[in-house]
Design a protein around this ligand. Sequence first.
Ligand code: ADP
Ligand code: MG
Length: 697
Amino acid sequence: MASTQVRTLDQISVSRLKGVGAAMQQKLEKLGLESLQDLLFHLPIRYQDRTRVVPIGQLRPGDEAVIQGQLISCDVQLGRRRSLRCKLRDASGGVALRFFHFSAAQKNNLKPGMTLRCFGEARVGSSGLELYHPEYRAVEDDAFEPTEQQLTPIYPATEGLTQPRIRGLCEQALAIMEQQGGLPEWLPESLHQQFDLSDLTSAVRYLHHPPVGTDLLQLSESRHPAQRRLAFEELLAHQLSLVRLRRQQQQHAAPGLPPGGTLTQQFLAQLPFQLTGAQHRVWQEVASDLSQPLPMLRLVQGDVGSGKTVVAALAALQAIEAGYQAAVMAPTEILAEQHMLNFSNWLEPLGIQLDWLTGRLKGKKRTEALARIADGTARVVVGTHALFQDEVQFHNLGAVVVDEQHRFGVHQRLALREKGRASGLVPHQLIMTATPIPRTLTMSAYADLDCSVIDELPPGRTPVNTVLIADERRAEVVERVRAACREGRQAYWVCTLIEESEVLECQAAEVTAQELTEALPELRIGLVHGRMKATEKAAVMDAFKGRELDLLVATTVIEVGVDVPNASLMIIENPERLGLAQLHQLRGRVGRGSVASHCVLMYHKPLSQQGRERLQVMRETNDGFRIAEKDLELRGPGEVLGTRQTGMMQFRIADLDRDGDLLEGVKAAAAQVELLPQNCDGIIRRWLAQGEQYGSV
Ligand code: ADP
Ligand code: MG
């Protein structure tokens, strides 16, 4: 183990290396390379095999190889592009070297008869197999010319940082690592045995310099044990930091909220339906958490329409009955409005005072709302993230419900916790997501949460039939709408976001509504978009619910909220612009009644390969979990979690898709390492540059 006197590799700046001045340091910084340890974990993206000379006759297109042969001819070819072509041959066959950029001196130095040692990639060119711009040098014909002893690493680089330079820097870092007796090993021996892991230092050494005979295919697929060793430790670091976060959370006290009061009974009695089995089970899990004097941190996953809101209301009621306030936070104004509507319908009859707070609430109304929140008159407060600004002071916040958590990150979760501090108690947190989170992610990004799943839809739903139609066939689609409405059904026509611009999206919806009104004069058509006043929106929605409208043209605002069982047809324009999760949400607006519903994805040609694949998934399944998994596979966890920008869950080496199978082991390992504080610290510090951030809040 490193002595405390010697600075560890993560504390030594790259500027200490030979040849690293201010300019070079900046370039390295661009690649995230600040310390020697960063360099050691800057692994090659691939390797070249320069360890042996390949007979020319064995070259195949795509091979990268060292060859050696006699120069037969060397001439300038004038074709579409002027080039220098040199023919080379050895005992096994011939090949051409091709240079599109060359100097006169270069040409003059290449004399037929000489022997050349070359390195390059073989391709099929105009004269058979050719090497474009190979590296080459003249060698003595029969003198012994050594080849490289190890595979040659190719590193991720950046403008102005050549391979030889970065290779040299990694060499220096490796040499210092060896001088220090290797990297500190934080994984206990027992784990090495249990999971058959090599030691970290050998893994790092190996990956920078794989010996002759290494399985390059395995390396290129990142399945080599040395790569897996590093990925394992990195995943473990994330896991440990989340576990630690959770422990810290549990050092705080929360109000124990006794379950099963009379308001709860009344609420259930007045609901127009019975809870599904899944809702009941999840509610019980939540209720039991809430009754403990430890802060709950629970994620409820449930597909669109599975009825999460009722569970949220039950949680809020438990807080209210115990004399505490509850807050409900949504990511958008519209979703917050919808919750406000639901909660007031359910809770006002029980005599519960609700309040409402978003960024749009201004002036006197805002001041008054803030006052009611602060003195405790407001029992339930519904709003957007505006709820968690400093000026908002709760009287005694007992529970927080956060909807659509995947749009918030770990840090927001921590900020929420702070809101209960006034009373010295931390509020319970219930986090709801309609986008099912694939298992690999619940085991990593969400490892600090307990999880409940509402895996059952309320009775009477019929699966939505989804079709893909190119927008050239718009006229047919319009006819379809006409036919459906003639039969007394209602339909949605959704216009999607154009380049992230709400204004443009609304304009597009206005134009579409106009066109459809002309094409379908016999239908009653309404329009709703995000830039309308809340009251205007509500009026249109009400009209649609009340069957005063046949067709509702909308922007993606209807993603959430509306619930009209008689609507059985949805047209989505340019679905290729949306994420799968969002499409799934939108589609969840139909299929709420007992008649068969249809969703038309009216895409714009040409679709990319990925675009086509994604829409196919929508056609093939109504299962939110499968859709989420596919989304993860196609777009990667950063996109799916929406955290690419925030830098959360960025791995240097691990890849959740590729290394997801390690997570079971990582979880088990975390339980053991957690008991060894020094090792735990060491691992977290090594891998999480922002480790302090996770820990300090
Ligand atoms: P989501 O999980 O997508 O948020 P909601 O909570 O909005 O789902 O519920 C969708 C619809 O299903 C709402 O109209 C709600 O009133 C209704 N609902 C919820 N639970 C049940 C149930 N157990 N039986 C019948 N309808 C239900
Ligand atoms: Mg919902």
